[in-house]
Design a protein around this ligand. Structure first.
Ligand SMILES: C[S@@+](CC[C@H](N)C(=O)[O-])C[C@H]1O[C@@H](n2cnc3c(N)ncnc32)[C@H](O)[C@@H]1O
Ligand code: SF4
Length: 377
């Protein structure tokens, strides 16, 4: 049994032009925000018996994401993690991750995170090529990103993950590979690959909109993705999920819990959660959250059928795919009985492969994953 807890920190030093994650570049509500998070945690703590631990995996996980957790005071982060650990009785072997931006990660913050108990750090490197970082409008350059990697290691973080973006206008395969090589040399254990997507309401939408293909074609984007994935794989970073590669033993346990359809608490404005069979949102509005930190909006009540569909779709993201025996154990049904037609169609289209163990995406399927997922949803 295990608990999974996500805490959203909706603050950034500056909003990046491509990003639609919920966050604001405004420090003023921070104090009131963390007081509200403490209220939400206290309420959960007082009612913990209403939230039975139904997950049948082994390790607890806590994930502070954003936004940018490193953009706020480390004292607040430390206090919130301490409360989370106490309220949920988080085990000592838990994976505790904090997301940081290279620009705001200081040696003092990194040390404070270690002392608080974080044992995994995810750094938003994005690129180690200054031209690419400039297109993205990041606050740090290559040397700033390298400094952050060093700061994290010197603070005692051994489990370091880095985010790398691909498909950025002007970016080349050679640059990506050179960036990945530098990351490997710096000792990171895990790399998340984000292919640039043009999100609604962002400045990138105004800048590139539907014309993105004029700046970078789908084909170039896919070339970068496959080159990066292949390079990482050859160098001992196993592509265990569509967008994630890791050395053995360093796969993200927290993200793994999402793909396996386990329940998790989502705390703070901008968070999503899944508890007692209900998927909910905490809303993207800091002021509303400060007013009513306990309020939630139910997005979906998961019945047995939707759980099966979602599980199949999410597990297809992983290299393991959907395993026949695990599906039977979880849902008491044969995978081929439920998804016979979908499997047959996608296998014949070359998007899925099937063997005695289960089904998974082929290389072609990796590029057309959304088409496959739609069939399974
Ligand atoms: C919450 S942020 C990570 C931490 C920190 N805020 C930072 O930017 O350094 C999560 C990741 O999402 C990715 N991301 C955000 N917007 C994206 C987009 N439009 N397309 C692709 N990746 C995106 C970035 O790689 C970013 O590192
Ligand atoms: S990429 Fe990170 S720093 Fe930039 S706006 Fe998104 S969450 Fe904030």
């Amino acid at each position: 049994m295990a608990r999974h807890i996500y805490i959203h920190i909706p603050f950034c030093e500056k909003k990046c032009a491509y990003c639609s994650f919920y966050s604001v570049a405004d420090n003023s509500p921070q104090k009131a925000y963390f007081d509200a998070v403490r209220k939400e945690l206290e309420h959960i703590g007082n009612n913990i018996s209403l939230y039975p631990d139904v997950n049948d995996d082994k390790r607890d996980t806590v994930y502070f994401g954003g936004g940018t957790p490193s953009a706020v005071s480390e004292t607040e982060i430390r206090d919130i993690l301490g409360r989370v650990r106490e309220i949920f009785g988080i085990g000592d072997d838990a994976e505790m991750t904090i997301e940081v931006n290279p620009h705001s990660l200081t040696p003092e913050k990194a040390l404070a995170y270690r002392e608080a108990g974080f044992n995994r750090i995810s750094i938003g490197v994005q690129s180690l090529t200054d031209d690419v970082l400039e297109v993205l409008g990041r606050l740090h350059d290559r040397s700033g990103a390298l400094r952050a990697l060093k700061v994290a290691a010197e603070a005692g973080f051994e489990n370091i993950s880095a985010d790398l973006m691909t498909g950025v206008p002007g970016q080349t395969v050679d640059q990506i590979i050179s960036d990945a090589k530098t990351l490997i040399d710096s000792g990171v254990k895990h790399i998340s690959m984000y292919s640039l997507s043009i999100e609604e309401g962002t400045l990138f939408e105004q800048r590139y909109g539907k014309d993105i293909e004029k700046y970078i074609s789908q084909e170039e984007d896919r070339d970068m993705y496959h080159a990066l994935r292949g390079f990482l794989s050859e160098n001992g970073y196993f592509p265990y999920e569509i967008s994630n590669c890791a050395q053995k033993g360093y796969e993200s346990v927290h993200n793994g819990s999402y793909w396996k359809g386990y329940e998790y608490f989502g705390i703070g404005s901008g968070a999503r959660g899944y508890i007692n069979g209900k998927r909910y949102s905490k809303g993207d509005d800091i002021s509303a959250y400060i007013e009513a930190p306990l309020s939630i909006e139910i997005e979906e009540v998961m019945d047995g059928i939707s759980k099966m569909h979602e599980y199949a779709m999410l597990m297809l993201r992983t290299s393991e795919g959907v395993c026949f025996s695990e599906f039977l154990r979880r849902f008491g049904k044969d995978l081929t009985e439920v998804f016979g037609k979908e499997i047959e169609k996608n296998v014949s289209d070359g998007l899925l492969e099937e063997d005695d163990v289960g089904i998974r995406l082929t290389d072609k399927g990796l590029d057309l994953a959304n088409i496959v997922f739609e069939d399974f949803l």
